[in-house]
Design a protein around this ligand. Structure first.
Ligand SMILES: *Cc1c(COP(=O)(O)O)cnc(C)c1O
Length: 223
């Protein structure tokens, strides 16, 4: 029951407009089903192979989010069913996702990943790169993707003021992009930020979608 209890506790503690993505990476189907049976339907995975397998094995009304670093040659495996791709970090990838969308006759929802952390290992666009890309007319011709907002990961640090500042920066970028490029796009509405350690701060700074793994399913064991 621990998983169901954790989900209930988190859901009760966050505002209604914030979507909880339960990050089930490395966890067995039985854990996902425990969450599913208490009514939770949105899960996040960061490996294409695991996501595809879990999609095949688990109930079809689950909404699967891809939250990892996506390689162009693997898009085809998740394109038929994925609900939202959080970490789109290049124009090349966006174009490749659009192609997969055409093949599958659907519009694939994406979030643009923005690099807000101090660590150089975290992926994402800079603000300048985003503006440069969105200024290109060719972006508007990508009819089989829908850009639904932004995603970011804060620096892994105990310095909550620093984390707060990074999230505030992402919110600011979201607002600028919304005004300048997406004012008529009602689905450009998501700011995916906040994980187990920092989702409370993220919500204070305007998160609309949190990605929580270990606080729901416990520590991950990669071995
Ligand atoms: C693993 C992961 C999470 C969840 O991390 P927790 O700290 O376990 O909540 C969130 N977002 C991304 C991109 C991840 O890879």
């Amino acid at each position: 029951m621990a998983i169901a209890d954790n989900i209930k506790t988190i859901k009760n503690s966050i505002p209604e407009h914030v979507t909880l993505v339960a990050v089930s990476k490395t966890k067995p189907n039985s854990d996902i089903l425990e969450a599913y049976e208490c009514g939770h339907k949105i899960f996040g995975e960061n490996k294409v192979q695991d996501l595809t397998r879990k999609y095949e094995e688990l109930p079809k009304d689950i909404e699967w989010h891809f939250i990892g670093h996506l390689q162009s040659n693997k898009i085809k495996y998740i394109a038929p069913f994925v609900s939202l791709i959080h970490g789109v970090d290049s124009q090349k990838l966006l174009i490749a996702i659009n192609k997969a969308g055409i093949k599958n006759n659907r519009k694939i929802k994406c979030l643009l990943q923005v690099h807000i952390a101090q660590e150089s290992t975290k992926f994402g666009f800079s603000e300048d790169e985003l503006i440069q890309m969105l200024n290109e007319d060719s972006i508007a011709t990508l009819n089989n993707i829908e850009i639904c907002g932004v995603m970011g990961m804060a620096t892994n640090t105990p310095d909550t003021a620093a984390i707060s500042k990074e999230f505030a920066g992402l919110k600011e970028i979201f607002t600028k992009l919304k005004e300048k490029y997406f004012s008529k796009h009602e689905n450009f509405k998501h700011i995916s930020m906040g994980m187990s350690g920092d989702y409370t701060i993220a919500i204070e700074q305007g998160s609309t979608m949190i990605r929580v793994g270990s606080s729901i399913f416990g520590q991950r064991n990669y071995h």
